[in-house]
Design a protein around this ligand. Structure first.
Ligand SMILES: Cc1ncc(COP(=O)(O)O)c(C=O)c1O
Length: 459
């Protein structure tokens, strides 16, 4: 396929399609005056010239212009195959026709009803709750961070305890209770966490305990000592690039049940990705609460907290002012555009074969990349399961965060910057995703781009 032809309709694209002698994918040194002007404006407007906490290297950064399926184009017209997919939110790929239609149909009928009842949100609850095993009740939120924050508050109110246990290397969002030991460069002694950002009060740090992932014995010993203070354990079923050892999630379930601790399964990444039933179905585990973001919104800001009726019903607003009432709200909750996109997402994901295809495509991607890296003797292991894939300079799949940082992550970041220059959007040292719209053609071009990157990297 002539991929240059896919980027039509933008005059800036002419410069990219005319990249004589260079590869059609990737930046290839091409920055148009328009894109440069946008970089310059961004540098004046935003801290660090960035919209949020992620910034790319100066020679690899881009201004997103347009996405379609598995690909996107920057403001200079350069084309990329997307394995970041907005941190996994775009499981349906960019600009999916079903989402476009659902949003367009909804927008003419109003966009939002300020967290008051609207039919779109009610239809969405009816649609997603049967897929979420723990869901006796649900609340829609506007992001994953919102969901984990509210789940933690519900758990504290329910148990009357204050401490929360999380796992080292896990990410649960931006709030103070989440920004501890998400990616520590220096390991603390368990169960003490290391703050990931300035601005977290010492009192909050005292309320958080940290345990190693995939280590039920250490978890059991921390709980034996601290259980009477712990309201919740929050856990990513697949923690970044770490898959749970068989039985680990079940051990967390048993220990939380034993001590009356609320188990919060953070399904922001796994929800609707590892099958329509998410990690609860995939790993056969039913938590007390589950949190959602990313896929559920179809690229729009929708998240959810779902779970046990007795815990969720603390947020019944008719009890406002009474003891035990938990405030759970947000101006944009139940947003009708988001809920419409979410319903369209369910239409797509409930089709037979969708997950089989994406799982098979991900297997082919891992196998093909491994072959390329082996051919060049790079010492990279490509691993993962289902629609997430990872790579590290290692010969064994890591089991916890400390095994991840023991690998040469700096060298991996250098290699990944080269992959990006070759047109594969892959975040340095992070998990990678694949959408239901990646094709065999994408895979073949990915292997070619990885081969070019490997040749340059070895020089
Ligand atoms: C497991 C997990 N929980 C929570 C969050 C926070 O979600 P959001 O960025 O939508 O606030 C993320 C984001 O990457 C996540 O991966």
């Amino acid at each position: 396929m002539d991929i240059a032809k896919r980027g039509k309709g933008n005059p800036m694209r002419a410069s990219a399609t005319a990249k004589e002698g260079s590869n059609a994918l990737g930046r290839g040194g091409n920055i148009s005056p328009t894109e440069q002007a946008l970089f310059d404006d961004a540098a004046r407007f935003f801290p660090g010239g960035a919209l949020g906490g992620n910034a790319l290297a100066a020679d690899a950064r881009f201004v997103f212009d347009r996405g379609d399926g598995s690909r996107f184009w920057d403001a200079s017209g350069n084309e990329y195959i997307d394995y970041v997919l907005c941190s996994g939110a775009m499981f349906l790929g960019h600009a999916h026709p079903a989402i476009q239609k659902a949003v367009a149909d909804q927008v003419s009928r109003g966009t939002h009803a300020f967290a008051y009842l609207n039919e779109t949100a009610i239809r969405l609850a009816r649609r997603v709750m049967p897929h979420i095993r723990c869901a006796e009740r649900i609340r829609f939120t506007t992001a994953g961070s919102d969901s984990t924050f509210h789940a933690i508050r519900l758990a504290r109110a329910f148990t009357g305890r204050e401490k929360i246990l999380k796992f080292e290397g896990a990410y649960h969002g931006v709030h103070d209770y989440a920004q501890l030991s998400t990616a520590p460069k220096v390991s603390g002694n368990f169960p003490h966490g290391v703050p990931d950002t300035a601005g977290i009060p010492a009192g909050v740090q005292d309320l958080m305990l940290v345990a190693p992932f995939n280590d039920p014995e250490t978890l059991a010993s921390i709980l034996a000592e601290h259980h009477q203070d712990i309201a919740a354990i929050i856990i990513e079923p697949i923690q970044r690039i770490l898959h749970p050892k068989p039985g680990f999630l079940q051990a967390v379930r048993e220990l939380t049940a034993k001590y009356g601790i609320v188990m919060i399964l953070d399904e922001v990444v796994t929800g609707f990705r590892y099958g329509i039933g998410g990690a609860q179905g995939y790993f056969d585990v039913v938590p007390d609460l589950a949190t959602y973001g990313k896929i559920i919104g179809g690229g729009l800001p929708v998240g959810a907290v779902a779970g046990r009726k007795d815990i969720m019903d603390q947020a019944d607003p008719t009890n406002k002012g009474k003891p035990g009432y938990v405030y759970q709200n947000g101006t944009l909750q139940g947003h009708m555009l988001g809920c419409a996109a979410s319903l369209a997402t369910m239409d797509v994901l409930e089709q037979p074969g969708v997950y089989d295809n994406v799982f098979a495509m991900a297997d082919k991607l891992r196998e093909g990349l491994q072959k390329v890296f082996d051919r060049h003797n790079l010492g990279i292991l490509v691993f993962g399961e289902g629609p997430m894939w990872h790579m590290l300079f290692t010969d064994k799949v890591p089991q916890d965060w400390r095994e991840v940082i023991a690998t040469d992550t700096k060298r991996m970041a250098t290699f990944e910057a080269e992959l990006l220059r070759q047109g594969l959007f892959i975040l340095p040292n992070n998990r990678r995703f694949i959408s239901i719209r990646h094709t065999q053609d994408d895979l073949e071009q990915t292997f070619e781009a990885a081969d070019r990157a490997a040749r340059i990297f070895k020089r």
